[in-house]
Design a binder for this molecule. Sequence first.
Ligand code: FPP
Length: 256
Amino acid sequence: MTDRKVITEEGQVISKSPPPLPSHIAMIMDGNGRWAEDRGAPREEGHRVGSEVVNRIVRCCRRWGLKHLTLYAFSEQNWGRPVDEVGALMTLLSQYLKEQREEMVERRIQLRAIGDLNKLPSWVREQLLAIIEETSKNQGMTLTLALSYGGREEIIQAIKSITSQVRRGELDPDHIDESMIQAHLYAPDIPPPDLIIRTSGEQRLSNFLLWQSAYAELDFLKLPWPEFTESHLHDACLRFAKRERRFGLTSAQMES
Ligand code: FPP
């Protein structure tokens, strides 16, 4: 059967049929700042274009039928960036939430967030929590925004919560296992990512989903996030489908 092509609202030619999809894709949307600087523009312009790419990619994943999409939108360490850049990112996030609320409701997207949300300015946090609440029953796709997020910080808060149960005598430390740690993460019910894509040529996780990424397949792309398209995502899914995931076992065991 020939793969028919369609032209997106943004004029891109993409494959009509969805690629073979993992259950959960997570993305490190890197390279906005450098993309802008290379064009002599302020870094904020890179983030602005980056947020348009977020729109397109979310829409595409929903159309293809992806179950879970997680986007690293603001790390715990990003609070250390210049005040103006942090402010611009918060404003973009707020605009994104305002503009996409209706679409999330219509397309039955469930919005979630992971991270230390208390650090967000109250005007962003309240907006975020309202949409999370409004979309909480949606079954279409889970879109999780990692905001004020750090993988180490997530593990630390899980350890604190578990040790306080031990201190109160409610938990025998011998009973601490993998599933208990998982249960104390920010979003225990979301399955771990199958595929983590990072743009901009850096080959590292930068404190993203450290616990959850144990068996994730990693795909590093050279291009910066503002240049990432549905077509690149399609190709990444095809590459993913060719990987052999063994989870510490042998090929023969995986086949049986
Ligand atoms: C990394 O690029 C990206 C970020 C720190 C923020 C990502 C934000 C967006 C894509 C837009 C806003 C998000 C939403 C959900 C509306 P960088 O600035 O570190 O790039 P650099 O490595 O080139 O400096």
